[in-house]
Design a protein around this ligand. Structure first.
Ligand code: ADP
Length: 430
């Protein structure tokens, strides 16, 4: 039977060939009702014999050996004819007359009704053997065409799977590369700034004239500078460690009964000086009415301090910051949510940045600004604060987001950061 050319896509490795044949085989089974199928691939030679690896492709009733030995003539048949071989032809085709009774016995054991050569780039890369059709009839030319079409479709599918896999690997590598680049930028920038400060003060200390060394005030000033630099350095390193704990899902919360008013008081102690310096007013309301709830107080303090420091940082001098809280939801604590809002009258955040700012290393505006202070107007930072806040809030089973009409340094539309926390710890939370 003359055959149209056999079209199989480029096959890269034996596993891929097996995969595509297996894909096609299930379809062939469904369409033609074929119950048995094997894939034969060359696996070495011994004298005039070729060792063929036989892989079951469709549920085999008969047990087949893993490898079979057949003379080269069997495979050469396909190389010469580029056509399938029907079982009856084994006995009649002139090219196969040299098969010995032993060879025929092996082929008889395999019990295939047809053998189809699989070609890739003009080379025979395997032979697909198929058992009898459900109807019992011989394979027609249309059947063979159909089998090859299904193989071709499967090859396309395997090919596109490979492309998608490669693409997603490329994307992941790109993402990792970008993350590495921004980490290096932030690490070098944010660690270098306080380090330079420390080195500068240390230099002053070593070159202080003898009379100044005797002056406690002068020495104190220098030491204070060194302390400030090293505290900032420790903070940046701690933030980086915290982010890596969050990413490794290794954040362990110290759950306790928490009083929100106490935490806000602590925050105020930490930011009070900066707010006064920036002539900003911080108002709190609703704190005392919040009943005790379950959370990690130290980490919640971290989150709120960060939000309030950001509010100070991104609000011009003389602006206003409001911290409010209320309990939402049902009567039972299990159904209740604590809502804390930190609202400022600052420069605001563009809608397209409102999600992005919670990703690590994201800072809007001038990236060259450094973090010599946590509260300078529009002062830069490592861009970790909100990413940590998100990680901590989510570890509590809560949510954090921002609402802002947009970014406008003149009109100062302000931003409102929302934190939702369950009042009662859910059993599966960390
Ligand atoms: P950092 O403060 O270290 O830069 P954050 O993660 O705390 O990092 O904040 C990321 C970015 O989000 C900031 O650089 C700033 O651009 C923006 N942002 C955060 N809080 C506010 C706010 N209250 N108003 C306007 N922009 C803000």
């Amino acid at each position: 039977m003359p055959m149209s050319h056999i079209r199989i896509y480029q096959i890269n490795d034996p596993a891929e060939l097996e995969e595509l044949v297996a894909h096609a085989a299930t379809l062939i089974q469904r369409v033609l009702g074929v119950q048995k199928g094997i894939l034969l691939r060359a696996a070495g030679e011994e004298g005039a014999l070729l060792r063929l690896r036989a892989s079951p492709i469709l549920g085999l009733a008969t047990i087949i050996p893993e490898t079979i030995m057949l003379p080269f003539t069997f495979v050469e048949y396909f190389g010469q004819t580029h056509a399938p071989l029907m079982a009856p032809q084994l006995a009649t085709h002139p090219a196969l007359l040299t098969l010995t009774p032993h060879d025929r016995e092996i082929l008889h054991l395999l019990d295939m009704a047809i053998y189809l050569p699989l070609e890739s780039a003009g080379e025979c890369v395997g032979i697909l053997g198929l058992g009898a059709k459900a109807s019992g009839g011989a394979y027609s030319r249309e059947d063979v065409e159909l089998v090859y079409t299904l193989l071709e479709q499967a090859a396309q599918m395997v090919e596109s799977l490979r492309v998608t896999q490669n693409l997603s690997i490329v994307r992941e590598l790109q993402r990792l590369n970008e993350a590495k680049a921004s980490f290096l930028m932030v690490a070098s920038h944010e660690l270098k700034t306080p380090l330079t400060l420390i080195q500068g003060y240390a230099d002053i200390l070593t070159s202080l004239p003898p009379e100044d060394v005797q002056d406690p005030q002068k020495v104190q000033d220098v030491i204070r500078g060194i302390k400030k630099g090293s505290e900032r350095l420790a903070q940046v390193i701690e933030d980086m460690l915290e982010i890596s704990r969050i990413e490794a899902h290794a954040l362990r919360l110290q759950w306790q009964e928490v009083n929100l008013a106490r935490i806000i008081e602590q925050v105020m102690v930490h930011v009070g000086f900066a707010a006064t310096e920036r002539k900003q007013r911080i108002e709190t309301s609703g704190m005392e009415a919040i009943p005790p709830f379950e959370a990690d107080p130290q980490r919640l303090f971290q989150v709120l301090r960060n939000l309030v420091e950001n509010a100070i940082k991104f609000t011009p001098d003389g602006g206003k910051i409001a911290i409010t809280a209320q309990v939402l939801g049902g009567v039972a604590p299990e159904e209740q949510i604590l809502e804390i809002v930190v609202a400022d009258s600052g420069i605001g955040i563009a809608p397209e940045d409102q999600e992005r700012i919670f990703e690590k290393f994201t800072r809007l505006g001038d990236a060259t600004l450094h973090s010599s202070s946590r509260v300078h107007f529009k002062g830069g930072g490592p861009g970790l604060g909100l990413a940590i806040a998100k990680g901590v809030v989510e570890a509590h089973g809560g949510r954090i987001w921002v609402e802002s009409p947009g970014y406008d340094e003149k009109a100062c539309p302000g931003s409102r950061f929302f934190v939702w926390l369950p009042m009662k710890r859910r059993s599966h939370d960390s």
